[in-house]
Design a protein around this ligand. Structure first.
Ligand code: 5GP
Ligand code: MN
Length: 355
């Protein structure tokens, strides 16, 4: 029921590299999300079951809403433990990079790659991967890196080896990147993958609660404030923009993860085809975009905010004032009107009630 969509030669090479390794570092992008942590931790559990020494070393602290994941406490954020992180990188004979396609996404951790003589594998689902590993396993059609990890493990004959802990991590990445299978589910057999994970006893309700359904009172008020005070709709461009300044964030005691989902709420507006959320972080403005249909927010993020991602979910950064970032986005909207109209026409053909 689960199709084999993988290139046989890659699976073979992966098998060989896994057989030969003993100390593995698994890593992901900065500001890790459920898919980044789910894929690295999930693979680490499987590799540890196979008798390898696998550690998850990440650029910075993962969000607290992933603390329920088995193995979370053993993750090594380089921002907090730079020397330990560097030592693990030096000692590794295999480095597996999950959920990112350009080394720049490792931020401050990227220079550590020069310390290691380990062989390197990329496992990722972003378009246009850079060539910075010995083996590049890149499938942009996949919903999530975790979907790809599941398929790889199945192809390697390791489904039985996948513990409940591993399955829980892998399921979490699929659920967060697809918002519980509501977006970005190209391969229908992803549902069968979910069945295979649920058969392991994965606590789906817990995952949903912890990743998509829970907020502190401050976070809930911050989101309500953002929608009330800081949301603007640009009807002519079928766009919505919401932003939060440093002062707004301080007022509601912002913690990482508190604004997860806000950009999706902006996209819920009828008639809107793409939405952006801009947040003024310590040293830069973080941009997060979402879209419907064929409108490519990854193109917009790449061209305007030195970023990237997927057609319907992308992000980037702006070095400078938040209001300048908002202005940059709004001033450039006309450039994307043609793509917006194409996307709108196609959505209407499909029965969407855009007005
Ligand atoms: P989010 O909006 O949830 O932060 O990210 C959505 C998607 O865009 C994710 O797939 C993520 O990997 C990608 N993305 C987010 N921020 C950046 C960025 O600064 N640069 C690039 N290249 N991709 C990003
Ligand atoms: Mn992902």
């Amino acid at each position: 029921m689960i199709e084999n969509l993988l290139k046989e030669s890659q699976v073979k090479e992966l098998r060989r590299m896994l057989e030969q390794c003993s100390r593995v570092v698994l890593t992901c992008h900065v500001r890790p999300d459920g898919d980044a942590i789910g894929s690295t931790l999930g693979l680490a559990h499987v590799l540890n079951s196979l008798g390898k020494q696998a550690r998850v070393v990440v650029p910075d602290q993962p969000p607290k809403n992933l603390a329920f994941l088995p193995g979370y406490d053993d993750i090594v954020p380089v921002s907090k433990y730079p020397e330990y992180g560097a030592r693990l990188m030096k000692e590794a004979d295999l480095l597996i990079a999950c959920d990112f396609n350009v080394l720049k996404r490792q931020d401050e951790m990227a220079p550590l790659w020069e310390l290691t003589s380990a062989r390197k594998i990329m496992i990722d689902h972003h378009e246009g991967p850079d060539n910075f590993t010995d083996l590049q396993i890149s499938y942009p059609d996949m919903s999530s890196t975790c979907e790809l990890v599941f398929r790889l493990l199945a192809a390697l004959g390791l489904y039985e080896t996948m513990s409940l802990e591993a399955a829980t991590c892998i399921c979490t990445g699929i659920i967060t990147d697809t918002r519980n299978l509501t977006v970005n589910t190209k391969h229908l057999d992803l549902y069968y993958i979910m069945v295979a994970l649920l058969k392991k006893g994965v606590p789906k309700r817990l995952i949903l609660k912890e990743t998509l359904e829970i907020k502190s009172a401050d976070a809930m008020r911050l989101n309500a404030y953002a929608l009330y005070e800081r949301l603007k709709v640009y009807r002519d461009h079928r766009a919505a923009v919401v932003y939060l300044t440093k002062e707004d964030l301080a007022k509601f005691k912002y913690e990482r993860g508190d604004t997860e989902g806000l950009v999706n709420q902006a996209l819920e507006l009828r008639g809107v085809i793409y939405a952006a959320f801009l947040r003024e972080d310590a040293n830069s403005v973080k941009v997060s975009m979402r879209s419907l249909g064929s409108f490519p927010v990854n193109k917009m993020c790449a061209e305007l905010f030195d970023g990237g991602g997927h057609k319907q979910a992308a992000g980037g950064e702006y070095k400078g004032d938040i209001m300048d970032a908002v202005k940059r986005l709004v001033d450039n909207m006309p450039r994307y009107d043609e793509l917006m109209k194409q996307a709108a026409d196609r959505l209407k053909e499909e029965g969407y009630m855009l007005n």
